[in-house]
Unconditional design. Structure first.
Ligand SMILES: CC(C)(COP(=O)(O)OP(=O)(O)OC[C@H]1O[C@@H](n2cnc3c(N)ncnc32)[C@H](O)[C@@H]1OP(=O)(O)O)[C@@H](O)C(=O)NCCC(=O)NCCS
Length: 180
């Protein structure tokens, strides 16, 4: 299937390339980036994740795109859409998510890319709902959700893959519907 490209003012959300994998692994090994996840990833785990993302994109034509800065850095991280494999309160659902290398934070890149992805979700793919969720304490990610017009109405859930008592277990669920 042809993989859709999303273009924003400063960014290109594109299909993954093998040349993205070293930068992806470095990002996934950075404890600052992985602060709100249970653990950092090894090179093998990072490559396996990239493969799963690429397979999903091959099937659907969209997914968690590799993000490139136009005329700049070739790989900032990923932003895009996914179908959670866990059984969550929103399931079945399409989620929007993001992970950027720390050197690119604080410049509005995640919000800009997510806005482009959400626009595609509603106005090209015709989805009727997109959700987003994160650990309750992940303020930067919640700010991105707010900046792209997603709503938190107090819905929370315990992440099924995190043990009772894990500090990241409680998750907040945001939703957005068309029009966009
Ligand atoms: C979440 C993330 C993608 C945000 O990327 P970004 O490009 O910095 O986001 P933006 O520049 O669009 O800014 C979004 C908001 O987060 C704030 N922010 C960015 N980095 C921050 C930080 N380290 N601490 C606190 N707030 C931060 C920005 O100030 C902005 O808020 P504002 O509108 O009040 O100014 C990035 O921090 C990241 O990759 N984090 C690690 C992975 C992760 O947690 N992913 C989400 C899992 S659900």
């Amino acid at each position: 299937m042809t993989i859709i490209t999303v273009e924003t003012e400063r960014l290109l959300l594109r299909a993954w390339q093998d040349s993205d994998l070293p930068a992806f692994a470095a990002m996934n090994a950075d404890p600052e980036v992985m602060k709100y996840f249970p653990a950092c990833l090894s090179r093998e785990e990072s490559d396996a994740l990239a493969n799963r993302i690429r397979q999903f994109m091959q099937q659907h034509g969209w997914g968690l795109w590799a993000v490139e800065a136009k005329g700049g850095a070739p790989f900032l991280g990923f932003v895009g859409l996914a179908i959670p494999s866990d059984d969550l309160p929103c399931s079945p659902c399409v989620e929007i998510g993001w992970r950027l290398a720390a050197e690119y934070w604080g410049q509005g890149y995640a919000s800009e890319a997510a806005y482009g992805a959400l626009n595609l979700a509603f106005n090209t793919l015709g989805l009727t709902e997109v959700v987003a969720f994160t650990a309750e304490t992940n303020r930067p990610s919640r700010r991105v959700m707010e900046r792209i017009g997603m709503t938190f109405s107090g819905e929370t859930f315990d992440h099924p893959r995190l043990a009772v008592g894990h500090p990241l277990r409680k998750h907040v669920l945001y939703r957005r519907h068309p029009p966009f």
